[in-house]
Design a protein around this ligand. Structure first.
Ligand code: ZN
Ligand code: ZN
Length: 585
């Protein structure tokens, strides 16, 4: 190639680098995807300073022969298409060919690669090949990208903080590990291991490597299928949740995709089992005939459209709801095992006469985990068809928490949350049931409003009427209620009506009857639930627990807070250091 042509190409690469390389994660993505394409089963990513100083990817893939290694950094260098039916590969190729050349044009690259015979080492500085020499015969590829943007300092400033560059890379590698549980991924930053998966193909083990045991122990395996789709994966118990939607991962035929509608359907399956602003951890793979999907690939994201989408949504929605709807979801307080730590050496030479006797061992402070109650117990309950076991009240703490017990252990029940749940299911049913009667008032009551409020309510009178209120304008800025729906709580008719009008006022223009009913049910249930610090009798406690057990979801208040927490006999014994000792001591 002539020198001028090379310089032209170099410029084009640098310009492209601005678009392709937005952050260190873009470089990592390019390099690691190349490793995956090379059929690697072990991929190690080593970063220095979150990749800004160096990104090194080591794999055990098929490697490259010298000719390919030389060509890899030229624009439009096409890597071989192995499987023409692989739609993803074809769509990404244009981007792929250019990306490596672009990266090399704004960094210092060393590529060591071998197919198992004499290897090749290519050194590139700012896009210019400095040397090509013989390397060793270790099969696979090691590529190192150093000093990203060293020759375009303006772009360097676009990189984010070390922390957010690392967060982006970690997030990307986590998702890649979830979509390739059969590849062993190791990610380090400044020699500290950030992620290490085992590559055995076990998705739950990969989840464990990313999120830890508390999460992996509380994941439910799910599968379902219809004529077009096959879905499998893991969904978290509702109390395992995160503040971002980012942990809902959906794969299609093993590739990560982003489809907001799909994420929303999955999240909706958890409705009222968790707070609305928290999101579950989910990994679902959808197997589908490629002709039923339309993939739109952009270098930084991948969106997808499905044919027969309604069928898929129904399938996934039912799968999530029925899985959660069958489980006993009382979180169990779990005491971690004591760990004996050797006494530090320096203690031995400390002469502290005040100290009476030193303990021989040090215990870890009690660490508490939440998890589901033991699988065995869980299954027994499922068989009996009861999601919440029988619990017998013992007493009330601070007029707030009921202490309960059964043969399995001790329970704490938040009486407000419990009552709220019972009320919520009651009102939700009533609100959704149009056959309800109304009750005429002997003494109609008048509700006064400000003139602004009156204008809104006047427009929404039909909503009140559909809820079985007999309501009319009354004088200036007032409405008169002559009859009300029968389900309003006795003694609270006027308060409830005011509450309903308040919600109508706040709902504004984007009024939806479903959302309105939901909000109304939640508000009424909270307002009319027993407040904390209200002492109820043992009989009332028993009634409350029995009503709670009859609920569709007895485990959470309508805001998603837990109603009940469980301490097993075993964990109580551990807490009091009884386990391992004679229990009578
Ligand atoms: Zn409340
Ligand atoms: Zn609540």
């Amino acid at each position: 190639m002539s020198k001028i042509k090379v310089m032209d190409e170099l410029l084009a690469n640098k310009i492209a680098a601005g678009e392709v390389v937005e952050k260190c994660a873009s470089v990592v993505k390019e390099l690691v995807e190349n490793s995956i394409d090379a059929e690697s089963t072990i991929i190690k990513i080593d970063l220095i300073d979150s990749g800004i100083k160096e990104i090194k990817v080591t794999d055990n893939g098929i490697g490259m022969v010298r000719e390919d290694a030389e060509l890899a950094f030229f624009r439009h260098a096409t890597s071989k298409i192995k499987d023409e039916s692989d739609l993803y590969r074809i769509n990404t190729l244009g981007f792929r060919g250019e990306a490596l050349a672009s990266i090399a044009s704004v960094s210092k690259v060393t590529l060591k690669t071998s197919t198992g015979e004499l290897g090749t080492i290519v050194n590139i500085n700012g896009g210019i090949v400095e040397s090509i020499t013989n390397g060793d015969a270790r099969k696979g590829t090691i590529i190192s990208v150093r000093d990203l943007f060293f020759n375009t300092p303006a772009r360097l400033k676009h990189l984010k903080s070390l922390q957010s560059e690392l967060a982006n890379i970690t997030d990307y590698i986590n998702k890649l590990a979830l979509s390739h549980p059969n590849i062993k991924f190791t990610l380090t930053n400044n020699e500290v291991v950030v992620l290490n998966t085992d590559g055995t193909g076990n998705l739950l083990k990969t989840i464990n490597a990313i999120y830890g045991t508390e999460v992996s122990r509380n994941m439910f395996e799910v599968t379902c299928e219809n004529d077009d789709y096959e879905v499998s994966g893991y969904i978290s118990a509702p109390f395992i949740n995160r503040s971002s939607r980012n942990h809902i991962v959906t794969l299609v035929n093993g590739r990560i995709v982003r489809n907001q509608e799909l994420n929303r359907i999955i999240n909706d399956g958890y409705h009222s089992y968790k707070p609305d602003n928290r999101y579950p951890i989910v990994v679902l793979n959808i197997e589908v005939d490629p002709s039923l999907i339309d993939v739109n690939i952009h270098p930084t994201k991948m969106d997808i459209k499905f044919s027969k989408f309604d069928g898929l949504i129904e399938l996934i929605s039912n799968m999530v709801k029925s899985k959660i709807g069958k489980k006993n979801l009382i979180p169990k307080i779990e005491v971690k095992d004591e760990v004996v730590i050797e006494k530090p050496k320096y203690e031995e030479i400390t002469l502290d006469l005040e100290r009476v006797s030193e303990p021989e061992v040090y215990y870890n402070p009690i660490e508490i985990n939440t998890s589901l109650i033991d699988t065995q117990v869980d299954e027994d309950i499922e068989e009996k068809g009861e999601r919440m076991p029988e619990i017998y009240p013992v007493g009330l703490v601070h007029g707030t928490y009921i202490i309960g017990q059964n043969e399995l252990g001790m329970y704490l029940i938040d009486q407000h949350a419990a009552k709220e749940r019972i009320n919520y299911e009651y009102y939700k049913e009533k609100l959704g049931n149009p056959k309800n009667d109304s009750i005429s008032l002997l003494f109609p009551f008048v509700i006064e409003l400000t003139n602004n409020e009156f204008i809104i309510v006047k427009e929404k009178l039909d909503v009140l009427r559909s809820l079985k209120f007999d309501v009319e304008e009354f004088g200036v800025n007032s409405v008169i209620i002559k009859s009300h729906p029968a389900w309003l709580p006795v003694g609270y008719e006027e308060v409830s009506t005011r509450k309903i009008i308040e919600i109508i006022l706040n709902t504004g223009s984007n009024f939806s009857i479903v959302k309105f009913n939901e909000k109304l049910a939640i508000t009424l249930s909270c307002k009319l639930a027993i407040k904390a610090n209200e002492n109820i009798t043992l009989e009332e406690q028993e009634q409350l627990i029995n009503d709670l057990r009859k609920c569709d979801n007895p485990f959470n208040c309508p805001h998603g807070r837990p109603t009940t927490i469980f301490y097993s006999n075993y964990d109580l014994e551990k807490l009091f250091k009884r386990s391992g000792f004679d229990k009578i001591v």
